[in-house]
Design a protein around this ligand. Structure first.
Ligand code: SAM
Length: 256
């Protein structure tokens, strides 16, 4: 019996599991964190590919079974717990490779990106539509807070699509393997990060509005400010690049 509430859709096809390992670029020098090892097929391949594997599983039943399967695998540390609560900041350099439960996708990605941990990359199997939103660029329907939030910290790339039929039980949607290489420093330099993300959230809260309307509750004279910066106030925020959001945030910061 699998637990739907824990996002338990498992992968057994060796070719697909190999392609996840290949996409991750994991080498014998790496420490890898796997979130949700489940029945442990990916875990066993990671144990072969990496120096050390830390696998965090929330379900006590799966944890118990996997403990037995991992006997003799000295480089795998199996942890019973919630991946959203794990202290990643205490690890040395590490990569994440995981077929994660859909229900924690966004909180997990942001916990890892904002943890200040020594995270080098994340290779995640996630819902295809979410992966498309992560890699999206300005002016597209998928572009939004998630795209900018991830692209600020990382360089994302969709590596391959995994059809729903490859999972057991079969979920309702297809998945994608996305790799996010963490940047050494954020994609843009901003004086006030909180203000930068406040603007982004305001810009996308009502996508159909022009910027002069969507930013008006924050800044009464936004139209003049945008004109000063050479940005057409009639544009929608969904057409602004990250650099333009940064320029706007810095300009507003300088006026405080
Ligand atoms: N890695 C396995 C595979 O590819 O077949 C299982 C993937 S399944 C999509 C997700 C796994 O994450 C399940 O084993 C589930 O019990 C576990 N899980 C769910 N929520 C979790 C959490 N908050 N922390 C750690 N593991 C979790």
């Amino acid at each position: 019996m699998t637990r739907k509430s824990l996002g338990q859709n498992f992968l057994f096809d060796p070719a697909i599991l190999d392609s996840i390992i290949g996409a991750s670029g994991v080498t014998q020098d790496d420490t890898v964190v796997e979130i949700g090892p489940g029945p442990g097929r990916l875990t066993l391949l990671l144990a072969r590919a990496a120096r050390r594997v830390i696998a965090i599983e929330l379900d006590p039943k799966l944890y118990g079974k996997l403990q037995g399967e991992l006997i003799g695998r000295e480089n795998v540390e199996l942890i019973l717990g919630d991946a959203l609560k794990y202290p990643y900041g205490e690890l040395g350099p590490f990569k994440v490779v995981a077929n994660i439960p859909y229900y924690i996708t966004t909180p997990l990605i942001f916990k890892l990106l904002e943890s200040k941990a020594d995270l080098r990359s994340m290779t995640l199997t996630i819902q295809k539509e979410v992966a498309q939103r992560i890699v999206a660029g300005p002016g597209t329907k998928d572009y939004g807070v998630l795209s900018l939030g991830v692209q600020y910290h990382a360089i994302p790339e969709i590596k391959c699509i995994i059809p729903a039929s490859a999972f057991r039980p079969v979920p309702k949607v297809d998945s994608a393997v996305i790799r996010m290489d963490i940047r050494k420093s954020p994609a843009v330099e901003v004086a006030d990060e909180a203000l930068f993300f406040r603007l982004i959230r305001a810009g996308f809260s009502q996508r159909r509005k022009t910027m002069s309307n969507s930013f008006k509750p924050l800044y009464e004279n936004i139209k003049e400010i945008l004109l000063e910066l050479g940005i057409d106030p009639g544009r929608r925020a969904e057409t602004l690049s990250m650099e333009e959001f940064a320029r706007l945030a810095d300009h507003l910061h300088s006026k405080i």
